[in-house]
Write a protein that binds this ligand. Structure first.
Ligand code: ADP
Ligand code: AMP
Length: 219
């Protein structure tokens, strides 16, 4: 009898653990800052040292743009070139699918750095509509640096990135979009005490030292 009980328990425990891990909510850190502030660079370094998965909204959109048969390819291409913010339904769907795929593959990978999101009010409302109660936003990492530094870094990156928007004309539009649409979102989170601001104009290692201090403190 006891043997049988243990037998059935040992079969049930793994599936129970599996179910518990499935209900583990994604823990999210939003990563924001101007174009070229160094979000991608710092996220790669965070991934090396901490158990986070890096999801860049821009990278996901560029992948979708390049995916054969994508119904949104041309629309995304136009928005990116113009430095405009792609409709939230597309972006949020890509983010949600990427998070689900990662957590399905590895139940311990529930920490996400979401880079370049939410970039405007539409993004924020979309997130609240689709993800409210389904993910916890821990805080916002804000990489702060001047427009001039941002533009120069992107122009430098443009020499080899092959990106359609790392040129002066697109960059002027991207900076305007950042100032008009993204800064108000950062201010909104600021009022909630959720923003961790980092001076991103310094060297990669100096910036990362601050990032580490924040992540170590936040746990
Ligand atoms: P973002 O993801 O914010 O657009 P990236 O991480 O792609 O920015 O960085 C933009 C460019 O600036 C890249 O070419 C990168 O190598 C460079 N870069 C990133 N951080 C720094 C830094 N702290 N100092 C100098 N150059 C940097
Ligand atoms: P990035 O790779 O972060 O520099 O983003 C490049 C471009 O992708 C932006 O200028 C937008 O056109 C688009 N994009 C990136 N993130 C978002 C987002 N959260 N919502 C809509 N469009 C985005």
């Amino acid at each position: 009898m006891i043997g049988r009980l243990f037998g059935s328990l040992s079969q049930k425990v793994p599936s129970l653990l599996y179910r518990v891990s499935l209900v583990m909510k994604p823990q999210v850190v939003f990563v924001l800052g101007g174009p070229g502030a160094g979000k991608g660079t710092q996220c790669s370094k965070i991934v090396e040292s901490y158990g986070y998965t890096h999801l860049s909204a821009g990278d996901l959109l560029r992948e979708e743009r390049a995916r054969e048969g994508s119904e949104f390819g041309q629309l995304i291409a136009n928005y990116i070139k113009e430095g405009k913010i792609v409709p939230v339904e597309i972006t949020i769907n890509l983010l949600r699918k990427a998070m689900e795929a990662m957590m399905k593959e590895n139940e311990n990978k529930f920490r996400f750095l979401i880079d370049g999101f939410p970039r405007n009010e539409d993004n924020l409302q979309g997130w609240n509509r689709v993800m409210d109660g389904k993910a916890d936003v821990k805080f916002v990492l804000f990489f702060d640096c001047s427009n001039e530094v941002c533009i120069n870094r992107c122009l430098e990156r443009g020499k080899s990135s092959g990106r359609t928007d790392d040129n002066r004309e697109s960059l002027e539009k991207r900076i305007q979009t950042y100032l008009q649409s993204t800064r108000p979102i950062i201010e909104l989170y600021e009022k909630q005490g959720k923003v961790r601001t980092i001076d991103a104009s310094r060297s990669v290692d100096e910036v990362f030292a601050d990032v580490k201090a924040i992540l170590d403190k936040e746990g």
